[in-house]
Structures are given as structure tokens and as C-alpha cells.
Ligand binder design. Structure first.
Ligand code: R5P
Length: 301
């Protein structure tokens, strides 16, 4: 088995190859002046090739994966596995207006035709229960970082109330709470725009308590920022955040800092967030063991 890493996620890809005890090489990428990509795979390839690439900021990455998968097949690869710690395009799961493309179904269908197996972590599945429904043509494993977030909270001795900002976060918050044995509450959220949400906190005595926000994704950061502002207004003394995928869209860190959230802890699923891991410790929860176990399970199917 050969594991191939893309330039922006080499440390994580290499760590996974070490955990799997398999050969590791890099995919060579070249961007032409007009924005097109040239993808070159190392040859010869093994029968099974595992591609490692998170799919945040996904548009160019998906085209490059399409080229890479085709090049792998053309060079004799029999079985392709994609390890995408973050699987993008999963949040748009219905058409909210006539004419809207349902990206979860479209991208899921397409990806699952390209690969034989896919491993990801906490894909944002809201109206469907199982990843297979989004990826109908390949084997897939969705593993969860929530127990690791819980272990992290426990090992740091975090104290306070865990707060999920919306009903979708309940699944992760419950798991984290079960591991670190803290109280939790779930707020409700109304999304008013890409960077505007309205949060309603449930009744709870937040006065004098620390609050730890827990969610799967931080994108614009506004969900966390708005929740933090409400918590502080209701008497919480400090607000920190714990999440799986710190996408940090432009302005997210500032919005969260301005709302008084510190620190922000996340897994290392988002390669680009790791480069500046301090002061908020993005990337400090390592997903490698989780991903390695999932790839081994996939191999056993
Ligand atoms: C969606 O419900 C997710 O769980 C997150 O709450 C959401 O993606 C966060 O988005 P943002 O950071 O842009 O508020």
C-alpha cells in the first residue's frame, strides 16, 4: 500500500503513513499561470493507493483529485482510498430554493464513483444518518473525533459547562460530555446569512461559570462568537471553544477573539490551520490514530 500526500497536508499524511507502516510519497502539483493544475504521481504505484487530502477550500482540490485518481488508474492502481479528514460540501443537503444544487448529493455521488473507499471524520450529516447515503458507490467510514475532544478536555482538567450552539451539535456535545463528565446545554440557532446567526441559550445558571463551546465546524466563526457574547452577557466568566474542523474562513479568528473566546482548541484535520497553531492551539488534537484505525477497517472489508 502506498500513501500519497498533497503539498498542503504533508505532515499529517506522513504521520498516517507511519501509523499504517506503509510507503509514503508526495503528489507533485504545478499551477500554470492561468490557474490550471498539473498533477504528477510518483511511479510505479502500488496496487492500493491511499490519497490523503482534507477537502476544505475544496474547489481546486476536487479537480486535482479527479486528475490524480485518473492518473493512478492509468498507472496500474487497482484500488483507491481517499482519506479526507474534513469532507467538504456536506452541509448543503437539500435545496432551500428552487434551482439550488444539492452539493452533498452531487459531490458525494461523484466522489464515491471515483474511489473504492473513503475515510473521513465527523462529516456534517444533518438530514441523513449515514455517510453511505451521501456516498452511495464506495465503501466509507465516518469516524468521530468527539471522544478525542472529550479525552482532551479531561486531560486538561477543563471545568465548566459545555455549550452546543445548535441542535445539530447535540450529537458531538453529548459524546464529549460523557467522556469528560461535564454538564452540557444545547442552544438553538437561526441562520440569517453567511456571517449572521441568532442564538437562543437555554435556561441555565451561567453566572460565575466557565463555558466551553463545542461544535463540529468553525467556518465564519459567527456561530461561536454570537453564542459566546450571549454567555458572557448571562454571567459566564470565560468562554473557550473546542471543535473538530477549524476551517477559519477569513475574519473568523478576529470575530471569535472580539467575542472573548480563548483559547480555541481543534483537531489537526485542517492542514492550513496548523501552520499557526499558537496561540489558540488549532491542530493540537491529533486524528492520526483514528484515521489509521479506519483505514485498517476499510482494508478488511
Ligand atoms: C453547522 O450547523 C455547523 O455545525 C456549524 O455550526 C457551522 O458550520 C458554523 O458556521 P459559522 O462558523 O460560519 O457560524
Amino acid at each position: 500500500m502506498l500513501l500519497l500526500g498533497f503539498p498542503e497536508c504533508l505532515p499529517q499524511a506522513r504521520q498516517l503513513a507511519e501509523a499504517l507502516n506503509c510507503r509514503f510519497c508526495e503528489v507533485e502539483l504545478h499551477r500554470f499561470p492561468d490557474g490550471e493544475s498539473l498533477v504528477t504521481l510518483p511511479t510505479p504505484l502500488d496496487d492500493t493507493v491511499v490519497f490523503f487530502r482534507g477537502l476544505h477550500d475544496p474547489n481546486t482540490k476536487l479537480v486535482e483529485l479527479l486528475l490524480a485518481f485518473a492518473a493512478a488508474r492509468a498507472n496500474g492502481c487497482q484500488r483507491i482510498i481517499l482519506v479526507a479528514p474534513y469532507l467538504g460540501y456536506m452541509r448543503q443537503d437539500i435545496a432551500f430554493k428552487p434551482g439550488q444544487a444539492v452539493s452533498q448529493r452531487i459531490i458525494g455521488e461523484w466522489l464515491s464513483q471515483q474511489v473504492d473507499g473513503l475515510v473521513t471524520v465527523d462529516p456534517h450529516l444533518h438530514r441523513i444518518q449515514r455517510l453511505e447515503e451521501a456516498l452511495p458507490h464506495c465503501r466509507s467510514i465516518a469516524t468521530s473525533a468527539a471522544p478525542l475532544l472529550g479525552e482532551f478536555a479531561k486531560s486538561r482538567g477543563l471545568d465548566g459547562v459545555l455549550v452546543g450552539p445548535d441542535d445539530e451539535s447535540r450529537q458531538w456535545v453529548k459524546q464529549v460530555a460523557a467522556v469528560c463528565n461535564l454538564d452540557f446545554v444545547i442552544a438553538s440557532k437561526e441562520r440569517l446569512g453567511d456571517r449572521e446567526v441568532r442564538i437562543t441559550l437555554p435556561d441555565y445558571d451561567y453566572r460565575g461559570r466557565a463555558a466551553i463551546l463545542v461544535d463540529d465546524v468553525i467556518s465564519s466563526g459567527r456561530t461561536m462568537a454570537e453564542t459566546a457574547q450571549q454567555l458572557l452577557a448571562r454571567g459566564a466568566v470565560a468562554v473557550s471553544a473546542l471543535c473538530t474542523h477549524a476551517l477559519f474562513a477569513p475574519g473568523a479568528r478576529e470575530a471569535m477573539a472580539n467575542a472573548g473566546i480563548s483559547p480555541i482548541w481543534s483537531s489537526n484535520s485542517i492542514a492550513d490551520a496548523i501552520g499557526d497553531a499558537t496561540p489558540d492551539e488549532s491542530g493540537c488534537i491529533d486524528l492520526t490514530p483514528l484515521l489509521a484505525t479506519a483505514v485498517i477497517r476499510l482494508e478488511q472489508f
